[in-house]
Design a binder for this molecule. Sequence first.
Ligand SMILES: [Zn+2]
Length: 243
Amino acid sequence: MWVGPPAIQVGRQQLSLTDPSPNFGPRRDGAVPDMVVIHYTAMKSAAAACRTLCNPDTEVSAHYLIAEDGTVMSLVAERMRAWHAGAGAWGAVIDVNSRSIGIELANNGVSPFAAAQMDALSTLLTGIKQRWAIRPERVIGHSDMAPGRKIDPGRRFDWKRLALEGHAVWPSASLSTGLAVSDAAFAEQAAQFGYVHTDSVQLLDAFRMRFRPWANCSLDGTDMAIITDLATCFPVDAPPITA
Ligand SMILES: [Zn+2]
């Protein structure tokens, strides 16, 4: 169930109960969302994050904010362009805000995500993906589209669970072995999956944050096998779903 946040007073402006954030605009060039970007708030509480995301002075927003207890706040209408992604890209998409729905999870950046919050995210994603025909491989983290600049939703976010529920992707259980290990080959496969070119350290860090969160060795055969599997199964330029 979607629950609006309490009415918010910002200066003399009383924001409405539904979609109260003033920080949005039209999606550019008639774009419709075909991606979801997941964030964490890195703030003390969901209430504090809500105030920030609804304050016109901050010029930041997201379509949804999910509190630790699973309360889902709709801050910007899905058809509008919220301001959550900033600089970055995924595949050929460079105006990620025009092409995505942004979801903020109330989290301080170091704590695990609460079960109720993950359950609410899963339910929310089911609806969003149906409404906009979004493929699971186009549900990404902020760190995926902005390596080196963003680290959310971070190492504690359970991407595997989302993938098991069909809301994201995860590498196959059986992976290739014996692949040549090189930064160039890794970058090439990463680009086919969607990562934009960046320096090799930032790219590996972004990839591992999501797919090997606790690995700390240098680039190895497991990284190569995972990214090759993802690039093969989920190429970023795959044709869209036809209804
Ligand atoms: Zn973010």
